[in-house]
Write a protein that binds this ligand. Structure first.
Ligand code: ARG
Ligand code: GLU
Length: 659
């Protein structure tokens, strides 16, 4: 048993330093450069990040506050994912100009479409300010000084290693970002939810934007007088392609990982939180799916909702599977036992694990209540808008909407810890006799519009309860099972871990700050005899093509191109076939927020755009398995092929730098 645990521990702790785990701070990348170069990287730390000269970081943007994008021309042309540009594409779509369905290609600068709610940020610099803060400087003053440095400057201070280090990030924010191009959804979303998180994959998940600036090349609110932004740096594109084993690097904004959490939190995620959330979403998806099956208008009505529910639902299933498969809980327990033995005679650390565990026991119920509320009652509409009511199919929504009310009321009653249930809810159930009968009453008021006070009372109760829980946890800022006290204890625990586990290559958890991940193009063997090649091609799209299945119905133009084999300069020989490459797999550690990130070769040239992981990889937010964790990128050659041969927008390619 002991031996087994040690083997697991080695898998958990020792391998990652040698393998491709890690999301590194660009300003400190010099500490990884030796390893990167040993794995094939040809450039220097200064090429990745420099404040004195143009470097790659000047070509990477935080796109829309939750995705990544990359600049690919001297005139501010930007690539990101289709699912990241989706909101902008949808906003410009009408029945007459349905850009989601048919795609969109601006034929001139004048046709590029402004987007009111979209901005991008470019990192000006990052700088550790731990010592300055410790010396008594005020965070507000540091931030105010940074914001005063330039037009459109934004600044924030972010914690690394649970506050053991604090970094100032200074960004230049551009608010005039215009839509330039998007493939039809049948390419940009090819495979839909069916293929989401799945390999083999064939999605052309990209869209094209352009940053505009004032005549002085500074950030400016939208104006017809603005001009294309001239970046300090843009990425050169490699059309030579990639092969298994080639070095890859991802430069982007990963959102949230939890690499250092205790076994208690791993158990909470894999045995309590994820299973409950999966079960609730399964129920909602069944109701919505049945409506979609039965009625084409309802299929469209629920499409966006279905996609967003299904995305995390599938991810959590992979997370639970991966955590269990790796025995991450057991491995963490053993790691903690060994840490505790080391810490026993050290005053600073001796009690920290016990205190952390006690705090976990205190906060698990209130945090779980928050999660259950978010997955149930908070998903319900308080009103149906005039626009919804005007839809000719509105009446046909009633059955499904009522069933959703009943289902989530029942789930809330069953799963929310009683001490954190909303009083108004318990009263309603007592009055009507069951959660479902109470759901009917609330629903009928909302549906007819005749009584919205009942749901408003419930929502006020929800708000009050959320505030009470936030008070109990000592913080509003909760992305994970956490509390103010827990964060303080983790500061100490992490310091202890780093003192004790000197062999481990520590990197700060993802927190939507700019990071570098590196690895290589690689397939994976999930089970004996089940090897997945790292590259897909146009032939795979044609094999999936089926006009009767919405997710697999491709544009006729793509069928025609495949039939005539007129691939132009994008044709490549793969496994002895002349075809077009579509997606590829690599070993880089990524997470939500890395969507749209540039994936670069050893020379720093763009070879793909990151857009997903395999669902069996998603435990990597907690524990990384180098043998199976893979990110999924769209091959840049498929992006160029689509722009050129499907969009007829070769003039955009002329503006890029191809090698
Ligand atoms: N799984 C990817 C991500 O987490 C893509 C999601 C968008 N695509 C979809 N079919 N829902 O965001
Ligand atoms: N599609 C995700 C995103 O929007 C990336 C997938 C992942 O979690 O790795 O950021």
């Amino acid at each position: 048993m002991k031996k087994l645990l040690i083997t697991l521990l080695v898998a958990l702790c020792a391998l990652p330093a040698a393998a491709d785990e890690g999301m590194w701070l660009p300003s400190l990348i010099s500490s990884r450069i030796k390893d990167m170069r040993a794995k094939g990287f040809r450039l220097t730390a200064d090429d990745i990040y420099s404040i004195n000269r143009a470097s790659m970081k000047d070509a990477v943007v935080l796109f829309g506050g939750g995705c990544t994008g990359e600049i690919v021309s001297e005139e501010g042309l930007l690539l990101t994912n289709h699912h990241c540009g989706y909101g902008a594409i949808a906003d410009h779509s009408t029945v007459g100009h349905d850009y989601l369905t048919h795609g969109f290609w601006a034929r001139s600068r004048a046709e590029e479409l402004p987007n009111e709610r979209l901005n991008v940020r470019i990192l000006v610099r990052m700088e550790e300010v731990t010592d300055r803060l410790a010396a008594g400087e005020k965070a507000d003053e540091i931030l105010a000084a940074a914001r005063a440095e330039g037009v459109g400057y934004k600044a924030s201070i972010e914690q690394m290693y649970y506050g053991n280090q604090q970094f100032l990030f200074v960004y230049e924010q551009f608010d005039d970002v215009r839509l330039v191009g998007a493939p039809p959804s049948s390419i940009g979303k090819f495979g839909g939810d069916t293929d989401n998180w799945i390999w083999p994959r064939h999605t052309g998940d990209f869209s094209v934007f352009r940053i505009y600036a004032s005549k002085e090349n500074k950030p400016a609110a939208y104006s017809p007088d603005n001009v294309p932004y001239r970046p300090r740096r843009h990425f050169t594109i490699s059309t030579r392609g990639i092969g298994e084993g080639d070095f890859t690097m991802i430069y982007g904004f990963p959102g949230n990982t939890q690499e250092y959490i205790l076994s208690d939190a791993v158990a909470y995620i894999a045995e309590r939180s994820d299973p409950a959330k999966i079960a609730i979403r399964t129920g909602r998806l069944e109701l919505i799916g049945a409506a979609q099956e039965s009625d084409p208008a309802l299929r469209i009505h629920y499409a966006a909702r279905h996609a967003s529910i299904a995305n995390a639902w599938k991810k959590w299933q992979g997370e639970v599977l991966g955590i269990r498969r790796m025995k991450a809980y057991e491995a963490k327990c053993d790691y903690e036992r060994r840490f505790a033995a080391w810490a026993a005679d050290k005053e600073e650390y001796a009690d920290v694990l016990a205190l952390l565990k006690a705090e976990y026991a205190r906060i698990a119920d209130p945090y779980f209540a928050r999660e259950i509320t978010a997955e149930t009652l908070a998903t319900l509409p308080a009103r149906y808008s005039a626009e919804e009511r005007a839809a000719d199919y509105f009446a046909r929504l009633e059955g499904t909407e009522r069933a959703l009310f009943r289902f989530v009321f029942g789930q809330y009653a069953e799963r929310c810890p009683a001490a954190y249930r909303i009083d108004e809810f318990d009263q309603g159930v007592a009055e009507d006799g069951s959660p479902e009968a109470y759901a009917d009453r609330v629903f009928e008021g909302v549906w007819s519009g005749s009584d919205t006070t009942t749901i408003d009372r419930l929502r006020a109760g929800m708000k009050r309860e959320q505030r009470r829980i936030a008070d109990e946890l000592g913080t509003q800022a909760l992305r994970n099972l956490n509390s103010r006290r827990l964060s303080e204890l983790y500061t100490r625990y992490l310091r202890g871990l780093m003192e004790w586990d000197t062999e481990r290559a520590f990197f700060p958890d993802a927190n939507l700050t700019l990071r570098v991940a590196y690895g290589s193009v690689a397939g994976y063997e999930y089970a004996d005899g089940e090897y997945h090649k790292p590259q897909t091609t146009l032939d795979g799209i044609i094999a999936k093509d089926n006009p009767a299945i919405y997710d697999y119905d491709i544009p006729q133009a793509l069928r025609d191109l495949h039939a005539s084999k007129e691939y132009g300069r994008w044709a490549t020989e793969i496994d002895g076939r002349r075809t077009v490459p579509v997606c590829f797999l690599a070993t880089n550690q990524t997470t939500g927020g890395n969507s749209g990130s540039p994936i670069l070769n050893a020379r720093g040239e763009l070879v793909g755009i990151n857009f997903d992981r395999t669902w069996r990889s998603t435990m990597s937010d907690i524990v990384f398995d180098p043998t199976i964790c893979r990110n999924i990128a769209v091959d840049i050659r498929y992006v160029l092929f689509t722009i050129d041969r499907i969009g007829g927008a070769g003039y955009l390619i002329d503006e890029m730098t191809l090698r």
